[in-house]
Design a protein around this ligand. Structure first.
Ligand code: MG
Length: 220
């Protein structure tokens, strides 16, 4: 299988690595009774998690409590390592809305045992993405609105102004550990309001007043 591409940007490069940040909004860390981190919490998802607008999230049989986490997603456009914070935004090709689908019951068990989160975060279809918009279409990545609704009812409404670690810091820190490549994505964490979805639900999400949006159904 060919990796899915980053839809909306030219050229449409294949998605390379999907990095994710946990607990990047204080109110969300509190709602799950987690400590506020002093450095970014980093994990990743397999590329097989990616779906797009109009596709379906498939609930895995191993979980009975799958949550939505709406997030700003950053697409990297240039290779870089040890990127200083002051240069970090030059590496951004674009932005999109994305949902970090999470099997919360599996994650809670893994967290209790100090184990990695991949089984809770990495199921097929667990990374719905909206269309990407270019970096130039976003004036200020620290002031982007984020909204998610389920069956027409708003469940999450936030702003990237509330991030504990903003986009430039995330790129700089990630690049200290990993060489970043064109096609890498960063899910930057979710504001508060995460909740369970069930088969039959319709999830809609957007950032930047709808410049990037997605709509997916939830199925078994
Ligand atoms: Mg998340």
């Amino acid at each position: 299988m060919k990796n899915p591409s980053i839809r909306g940007l030219e050229p449409e490069v294949p998605i390379h690595t999907i990095f994710c940040i946990g607990r990047n909004y204080a109110e969300h860390a509190r709602e799950l009774k987690n400590e506020i981190p002093t450095t970014p919490v980093i994990f990743s998802k397999p590329v097989t998690t990616v779906i797009y607008d109009g596709d379906s999230v498939i609930l895995p049989p191993q979980s009975s409590n799958v949550h939505h986490e709406v997030e700003l997603v950053v697409a990297i456009g240039r290779e870089g390592k040890n990127i200083p914070k002051g240069d970090a935004l030059k590496y951004v090709a674009g932005y999109a809305v994305g949902i970090d689908m999470t099997a919360r019951d599996i994650q809670d068990k893994l967290k209790d045992k100090g184990k990695p989160w991949e089984l809770a975060k990495g199921a097929d279809t667990f990374a719905p993405l909206g269309n990407f918009i270019t970096a130039e279409q976003i004036d200020d990545p620290t002031a982007i609105d984020i909204v998610l609704s389920v069956n027409g009812e708003i469940r999450q409404k936030g702003t990237t102004a509330d991030m504990l670690f903003p986009v430039d810091v995330l790129i700089s820190v990630l690049s200290d550990y990993f060489t970043l490549h064109p096609g890498d994505l960063i899910f930057t964490g979710t504001p508060e309001g995460v909740s369970k979805v069930v088969a039959g639900d319709r999830i809609e999400a957007s950032i930047a007043l709808g410049k990037s949006r997605l709509s997916v159904n939830v199925t078994r």
